[in-house]
Every structure is written in structure tokens, then in C-alpha cells.
Design a protein around this ligand. Structure first.
Ligand SMILES: Nc1ncnc2c1ncn2[C@@H]1O[C@H](COP(=O)(O)OP(=O)(O)OP(=O)(O)O)[C@@H](O)[C@H]1O
Ligand SMILES: [Mg+2]
Length: 502
């Protein structure tokens, strides 16, 4: 709930009592005072979400509080209580930043309406703050192949329902995009869509990220904070890369899925939410259950309606359509006029196995657009794709969904995978413009090495390139910081030197 602590400031006892009673019935926490100085004291030491403020008070004007709270980081909403004769000053208060006003005498239904309005408003503010940091993927799901048409029809069927959806698929196939599409086609499309990347948030923070925390719940919790489940109330929450959460959080999540209720970290008040849950995973969660890494009961709660996003190699027919759309998009972005693809470029695109799926294709095209000359066609050279080796079994390399650990360091993002699995430099420096194949790909020599070995060398040398900066290294490698951390722990046990560590 976004409005739960309320201060009432009015010198008329009957008004205070009436308001107090009504708000307490709603199980809100209410503090009520009769003069300005007392109100100031409370505001200084407690956090409030909403203040009811009378204008004429024995020790001053209630409007003085507006200036006082204007400087606060997360100011409460102010509702001015006014008599008929002072409506003008209430309007003045609105200009000065009050949220609303009510005229005495007021009815309980007026308060109900006002409280609902305040709650919606606070939620909107919180959601906006959240979106200022993280934007929802707005792209459209492109593709005319049979697998994509099937996917689209599944999304269309399940979107309007309230069913929990579990989206699985390899890295870069478009799971997040499918989740956005689900949301856009759901009846909750006007309500919030809140995303949590479970792999990107450290284990110690994820609980508070999900469920929020009370002031003082842990060091650094300087004020109460709503979690993402609360922000998503009435809407949809996307639990991205759900396989990455710890057993403790899994247990808490199970309760939310079963009962739609939880407590904030450090709090004992039970919060109820109405949230539709969509989750994604690039691991085979059933395998994680078998290994004991993921709770079976949680798996079944999530897997109500599974959607599989097929890898790009299984919908090769869409490659050129996607490439064309991306080329147009990036040509606009970089201010270049292009005339499509050369014949050899189209051939090269169609025959590439796309181990990194749509993300790899997108990055390849952006790079090619940048390298292309305005007014000309995109050449095969500018795509920089390696010719495919006939004897390499690509799907076997990329069976990420059925594989315990994602193979090949987020294969697509680093350009590894497919035909390049042994001894080849990455086909495309896809994941970041700062990634340079010369600087970060180790020289593997002539002898083909086991994939695990190549992965280890590559991870360690990338970490060296970033001078031990793990966040940066994980970004370049296209893996989550958590996956990187887990891998480094194994290498440490092997006695490897890890850049950035003593
Ligand atoms: N069918 C599609 N049409 C248009 N764009 C797509 C399509 N599929 C994926 N993309 C684009 O490719 C990129 C990767 O997609 P997305 O992030 O949804 O993949 P993902 O499966 O969630 O990847 P990861 O497992 O690495 O998180 C995004 O920029 C997305 O917009
Ligand atoms: Mg994703």
C-alpha cells in the first residue's frame, strides 16, 4: 500500500475524531495533533504518506507546513481541511503544492474517494520513479515464420487471462519482448508493468527489492521503501531470470504466488497485493528442480502456462525480415541512408546459425550499418560473419534451455558459439562497442581446447581487461554478474589468479 501513515492536524476535536476513526477502520496508522508545533515535531521524526491539515490553527497557519515539506525527499501528500469561508485560501494551497482539499463538514464517502485518489497518485509517482531508471522494452515482435505465428497466437490466448506465465528460451531469443507483448495485450495494460531482473540484483538486496523494507530494517535502510510487488499492485510483475533466486527468496515468493501476501523486510504488517506474475528463464527449470536448486512447489506455481520462445535457427525464415527491420531502425538512428543488403550479405545472414539469437542479429546489423557507406547496400564484409563449418552441430552447442549451466558465456553476446566454438575469434564483437577482439580474446593456440577451458580463459582475460571490474566484465561477456561470480568462485577453487583479487 502506498498510503498508510497519516497525520491529522486540526484544532477541532470532532473533526479529528471522525477522521481518525474512519482511517483506523481502514487499518491505517494515524497520528492526530491539534497545533502546528506538535505537527512539526512529528513530521521531523516520523515518515508520513498523507497529511490532513486545517488552515487556521491556534499557533499559526497550516499552510506553513507546505513550505516545510517541499524540501523533503519523499514528501507526503497534503490535504487541506477547510470551512466554507476559507475555500479561497484552500485553492491558494493547491497552487502551493497541496494535493487536494475537503470542505467541512465532510462525509465518510468523500474521505473514501480522497484516500483512493491519494493511493493511486502515490503509486503512479512510485511507478514513474521506477520507470525513470528502467524502461520497458517497447519493440514489436517481428516474424512471420510458423513458430513465431504459433507464439503470437499463444500470447494472444493467455494475455487476457490472469494465468501466471513462464517464458523459457535461450539467451537473446526475445523472452522479455514476449513478456511485454503479454502485458500490452492483457486487461491490465493500463496498470503498472514492473520488471525485476533477478540475476542482476545481489542476493542480499533481492528480498528488499521484491518486498520492500521498513525504515531501519538493515544498515542503510534509512527510510521505508515499497518493493516491486507493491509497485505492481493492480498490474503485472515480470520476474526476469527467475532461476537465479536463492532458496530463501524462493520460499517467500511461493507465499506471494499462493496467497498474494507478504511482509516487508523488517516489518510485521501483512501486505496484500493483486499482481499478475510473468517469469522468464533461460534454464530448464525442471532440471534445476531435479538438481535441488529450485523448489518444486514454486516451479509448479510458476509453470501454469509455459511459453517457449524458439531459437532463431529454428525460424531461419524470419532472419531477413528481422535484419531488414533492424537495418531501417539503425540507419535512422545513425543518420545513414541505405539501400538494403547485397546478395552475398543476404546469403551470409540466412546461413549463419545465430547462436546469440535475435540479440546477436540485432547487434550484427547495427555494427554493419555503422560500417556501411550512406547510399549503398550493406555488404557481406560489413556483417563480419564467419563462414559456417559444415561439420559443426550448432543446436547441440546451444541447447541452453535443456542444459544446467548456460554454455559458452552467454554465447551470442560474446560472439562465441555455433561454428566458432573451437579456436575461432568471435564472429562479431556484439555485446558492447568497447569490446575488442584483439584485447580480450585469448590466443588459444593451434590445439582445440575443451569448451569449458576456453570459457574460463576468456572470462579471466576479460576480467583482466576490465582491471577486475566485474560489472563491466559481466556486461562485455553478456552474462549476469551472479553467473560471473559463481564461475569465479569455481576458478578460485581451481587456484586460478583472478584479476582484481589480492
Ligand atoms: N521477434 C523479435 N522482433 C523484434 N525484436 C526482437 C525479437 N526478438 C527479440 N528482439 C530484440 O532482441 C533483443 C533481445 O531480446 P530480449 O531481451 O527480449 O531477449 P531475452 O530472451 O530476454 O534475452 P536474455 O535471455 O539474454 O535476457 C531485444 O532488443 C529485443 O527487442
Ligand atoms: Mg531477458
Amino acid at each position: 500500500m502506498t498510503v498508510e501513515r497519516i497525520l491529522i492536524l486540526d484544532d477541532e476535536l470532532v473533526i479529528r475524531k471522525a477522521l481518525e476513526e474512519q482511517l483506523r477502520r481502514k487499518r491505517l496508522s494515524v497520528c492526530s495533533v491539534s497545533n502546528l508545533s506538535e505537527a512539526e515535531k512529528h513530521i521531523q521524526k516520523d515518515e508520513f504518506d498523507l497529511l490532513f491539515v486545517d488552515v487556521h490553527l491556534p499557533d499559526g497557519n497550516g499552510t506553513e507546513l507546505l513550505d516545510r515539506i517541499a524540501t523533503m525527499q519523499d514528501p507526503p501528500l497534503v490535504v487541506i481541511i477547510t470551512g466554507n469561508g476559507t475555500v479561497e485560501s484552500a485553492v491558494e494551497c493547491m497552487r502551493a503544492g497541496a494535493f487536494d482539499y475537503i470542505i467541512k463538514p465532510f462525509s465518510s464517502s468523500q474521505i473514501d474517494v480522497l484516500m483512493k485518489k491519494a493511493k493511486d497518485y502515490r503509486q503512479l509517482v512510485k511507478v514513474n520513479q521506477f520507470f525513470a531508471k528502467e524502461s520497458v522494452e517497447g519493440a514489436e515482435l517481428i516474424g512471420k515464420s510458423v513458430p513465431i505465428e504459433n507464439l503470437r497466437s499463444m500470447v494472444g490466448k493467455v494475455a487476457p487471462t490472469e494465468a501466471t506465465v513462464l517464458i523459457n528460451g535461450e539467451n537473446g531469443t526475445g523472452k522479455e519482448l514476449v513478456a511485454s507483448e503479454l502485458y500490452r495485450r492483457s486487461s491490465r495494460r493500463k496498470a503498472p508493468f514492473i520488471k525485476v531482473n533477478c540475476a542482476a540484483i545481489s542476493e542480499s538486496l533481492i528480498e528488499s527489492e521484491f518486498f520492500g523494507h521498513e525504515k531501519g530494517a538493515f544498515t542503510g535502510a534509512i527510510q521505508r521503501r515499497e518493493g516491486r510487488f507493491e509497485l505492481a499492485d493492480g498490474g503485472t510483475i515480470l520476474l526476469d531470470e527467475i532461476s537465479e533466486i536463492s532458496p530463501k527468496v524462493q520460499a517467500k515468493l511461493l507465499r506471494v504466488l499462493q496467497e498474494r501476501e507478504f511482509e516487508r523486510v523488517g516489518g510485521n504488517k501483512t501486505i496484500k497485493v493483486d499482481v499478475r506474475v510473468v517469469a522468464t528463464t533461460n534454464r530448464d527449470l525442471m532440471k534445476s528442480v531435479e538438481r535441488g536448486d529450485f523448489r518444486q512447489d514454486l516451479y509448479y506455481r510458476l509453470n501454469v502456462f509455459p511459453i517457449h520462445v524458439p531459437p532463431l535457427r529454428e525460424r531461419q525464415g524470419d532472419v531477413l525480415l528481422l535484419a531488414k527491420t533492424f537495418a531501417q531502425k539503425f540507419a535512422r538512428k545513425h543518420g545513414i541512408t541505405l539501400r538494403g543488403f547485397e546478395e552475398a550479405a543476404s546469403r551470409s545472414l540466412s546461413s549463419h546459425p545465430w547462436p546469440g539469437n535475435v540479440r546477436e542479429l540485432q547487434n550484427t546489423i547495427e555494427r554493419a550499418v555503422i560500417l556501411s557507406e550512406s547510399g549503398l547496400k550493406i555488404s557481406a564484409d560489413s556483417l563480419g560473419l564467419m563462414p559456417v563449418m559444415a561439420n559443426v552441430n550448432v543446436p547441440a552447442f546451444r541447447e541452453t534451455v535443456a542444459t544446467p549451466e548456460p554454455v559458452g558465456v552467454g554465447a551470442g553476446s560474446t560472439g562465441y558459439g555455433g561454428s566458432n566454438q573451437v579456436g575461432f575469434p568471435p564472429s562479431t564483437p556484439t555485446s558492447s562497442s568497447t569490446f575488442s577482439s584483439e584485447s580480450s580474446v585469448p590466443d588459444f593456440g593451434d590445439e582445440p581446447l575443451p569448451l569449458e577451458q576456453i570459457e574460463k580463459q576468456h572470462i579471466l582475460s576479460t576480467l583482466e581487461t576490465t582491471k577486475g571490474n566485474r560489472t563491466h566484465a559481466a556486461k562485455i561477456l553478456g552474462i549476469s554478474i551472479r553467473t560471473l561470480r559463481n564461475k569465479l568462485a569455481i576458478y578460485r577453487e581451481d587456484g586460478e589468479f583472478i584479476a582484481g583479487e589480492e
